[in-house]
Write a protein that binds this ligand. Structure first.
Ligand SMILES: [Zn+2]
Length: 274
């Protein structure tokens, strides 16, 4: 506990002394808002008995293959996730990040692997967020008739039955009237059109030295953000890693490791630093 307090103090000092800061947020950030990650297979099967019957795993459904071959299930899976994200809300940690960005740092940026859109929904500046795996609140054409994508915030969007986990009444592409799909980088996905504007904003932010990177809720299964942290560390950036599971620090290996859930950590850091 004492050691924990000492690290919290050191992290608060880092925060208070940093001007350019990069937030690297992953599943653990959303988990505190009750957004399921589907990495817990038992929980997933319990939620979706029809998928268990057909042995359709989360990775199978989150794929262009599923949108072509088991379309009612594929859209039901995303419709369920949109409704779930809509029923929950961004926790206090999101608002603390936004406040820090506005009041304390010269320049900051959020790079997230989450697709729930919670950073933007919580009010983060639109040109300061990179959703590297896309967002469930945008759609693109399943047939990729163009590289366009568009906002779609309606809930519900499709009709669906929880009993069968089948959806109907799919959204359409406004250009060619083919069925639309989430603007999300799915598994085995060569058809995701990406977000060039977010990409440009992120690359621009990376042009100048970054004092501090804050890695939040990352998992060994999707280490995208960990590798960015490791790269920045080699260039002199300090890294704070927030995660209740100490084994997740094996990639970044930072001395500033806070074994806490994301919301609790941001509240504690906010009190200690500002
Ligand atoms: Zn189209």
């Amino acid at each position: 506990m004492e050691k924990h307090k000492e690290i919290l103090k050191q992290c608060a000092q880092l925060l208070a002394n940093s001007q350019r800061v990069l937030f690297l947020t992953s599943a653990g950030m959303s988990a505190d808002s009750n957004i399921p990650t589907f990495r817990d297979k038992d929980g997933y099967w319990r939620n979706f008995p029809p998928f268990k019957e057909k042995n359709l795993e989360a990775q199978d459904l989150a794929s262009p293959w599923a949108f072509r071959n088991v379309l009612p299930h594929a859209w039901a899976f995303y419709e369920w996730r949109r409704r779930n994200a809509d029923e929950n809300e961004p926790h206090e940690g999101y608002r603390i990040i936004n406040r820090w960005m506005e009041e304390h740092f010269n320049e900051a940026f959020i790079h997230t692997t989450n697709t729930d859109g919670y950073h933007l929904l919580s009010g983060s500046p639109i040109d300061r967020v990179m959703e590297v795996h896309g967002s469930m609140w945008r759609l693109q054409c399943l047939e990729v008739c163009s590289h366009n994508f568009w906002d779609e915030l309606a809930v519900p969007l499709c009709e669906m039955s929880h009993e069968t986990m089948k959806a109907w009444g799919y959204p359409k592409c406004p250009h060619c009237h083919a069925i639309a799909r989430p603007h999300i980088l799915m598994f085995g996905d060569g058809e995701y059109v990406g977000h060039p504007e977010q990409e440009r904003n992120f690359q621009r932010f990376l042009q100048e030295p970054i004092d501090l990177a804050i890695l939040v809720g990352s998992s060994g299964a999707v280490p995208t953000n960990d590798y960015i942290a490791v790269h920045l560390q080699s260039q002199g950036t300090k890294v704070i890693n927030i995660n209740p599971d100490p084994s997740t620090n094996s990639i970044a290996g930072t001395e500033y490791f806070l074994p806490m859930t994301s919301e609790a950590a941001f509240i504690a850091l906010n009190q200690a630093a500002f």
